[in-house]
Design a protein around this ligand. Structure first.
Ligand code: SAM
Length: 243
C-alpha cells in the first residue's frame, strides 16, 4: 500500500490553489468554452499526433465485437468511434453537455450520457472495459473515480487510460517551452480562450508521473497496472485489470 495522496490535483486549478468544488466548476467552464473548437485545437496543439496516439491506444486493447465498454471523459467521442468501429458496444460518459453535443452531432449512433467519473450511472460489475483519454487529470477526486471505475468493471475487466505524462528528460526543456508558450498563444488565436489553455498545460505539468499514477491505480484496488510510453513519455497508456 503506498501512502500517495489519492487526489493529488483536488486543490489546484493549474497553478492556483482552489477548493475542490471550485476546481470542479472551473473545469466545467473550461470545457464549456473550448467545446466548439476542441477538435481543431487538439490537431493544432499536437501537430495531429493525438490521432495516432488514440489509434494506438485502441489498437492495443484487443477489442472484440460486443464488448461492453464506456469511454469516460469521452468528450467529442474520438475513442468511442474507434471502439465502435471494432464492434464494441460503447457509451460515452462526460459531464460536459457542450462536449457531448459536438460528439452527438458527429456520431449520432453512439449513446452519450452526462455524468462524472466520481459517480457512474452503471451497475456494479457490468462493464468489460472503461477507457479514458486525456480525461483523468481533469477529475477532481481521482481516488474516488478510480474506485468507481473498479466498481463498475466485471472481475477481469480492464481500465485503460491515455494521458499526458512525464517525458524523457532529454526532450523536457523543448517540450516545456512549446507547451508553455505556443499552446496558450494558439488557444488565444484559434479559440480566444488563453486562460482555458493555460489550465490545460498546468494540469499536464502537475499530473503524477507514470510510476506514481500506476501506484494510484493499484491503491484503488486494481490487481495490476502496467504502462507504456508514447512519443518519449509525452503521453502514456496505463492498462489495469480488476482482480
Ligand atoms: C481533454 S478532454 C478529453 C476528451 C476526449 N476523451 C479526447 O481524448 O479527446 C477532457 C474531458 O474530461 C471531461 N471531464 C472533466 N471533469 C470530469 C469528471 N469529473 N469526470 C469525467 N470527465 C470529466 C471534460 O468535460 C472533457 O470533455
Amino acid at each position: 500500500m503506498s501512502a500517495a495522496d489519492p487526489d493529488p490535483l483536488a486543490g489546484r486549478f493549474g497553478a492556483t490553489s482552489v477548493a475542490p468544488d471550485e476546481r470542479r466548476q472551473r473545469i466545467r467552464d473550461v470545457f464549456r468554452l473550448v467545446a466548439p473548437r476542441y477538435d481543431l485545437m487538439n490537431d493544432l496543439m499536437s501537430f495531429g499526433i493525438h490521432r495516432p496516439w488514440k489509434r494506438a491506444f485502441v489498437a492495443g486493447l484487443a477489442v472484440t465485437p460486443g464488448l461492453r465498454a464506456v469511454d469516460l471523459a469521452g468528450g467529442t467521442g474520438d475513442i468511442a468511434r474507434l471502439l465502435a468501429a471494432r464492434g464494441a458496444d460503447v457509451t460515452v460518459v462526460d459531464p460536459s453537455e457542450e462536449m457531448l453535443a459536438v460528439g452527438r452531432r458527429r456520431s449520432p449512433g453512439i449513446p452519450a450520457i452526462a455524468a462524472e467519473a466520481e459517480h457512474l450511472p452503471f451497475a456494479d460489475a457490468s462493464l468489460d472495459l472503461v477507457t479514458m483519454s486525456f480525461g483523468i487529470r481533469n477529475v477532481t477526486h481521482m481516488g474516488t473515480a478510480l474506485a468507481e471505475i473498479g466498481r463498475v468493471l466485471k472481475p477481469g475487466g480492464r481500465f485503460a487510460c491515455l494521458e499526458f505524462s512525464t517525458p524523457h528528460w532529454l526532450i523536457r526543456p523543448g517540450y516545456q517551452l512549446w507547451s508553455r508558450t505556443a499552446i496558450p498563444a494558439l488557444g488565444a488565436l484559434v479559440a480566444g480562450k488563453v486562460a482555458a489553455y493555460r489550465y490545460l498545460i498546468e494540469s499536464i505539468e502537475r499530473f503524477p508521473d507514470q510510476a506514481r499514477f500506476a501506484g494510484l491505480i493499484r491503491d484503488a484496488g486494481f490487481a495490476q497496472a502496467d504502462w507504456r510510453n508514447l512519443s518519449f513519455g509525452i503521453a502514456a497508456i496505463h492498462v489495469a485489470r480488476k482482480a
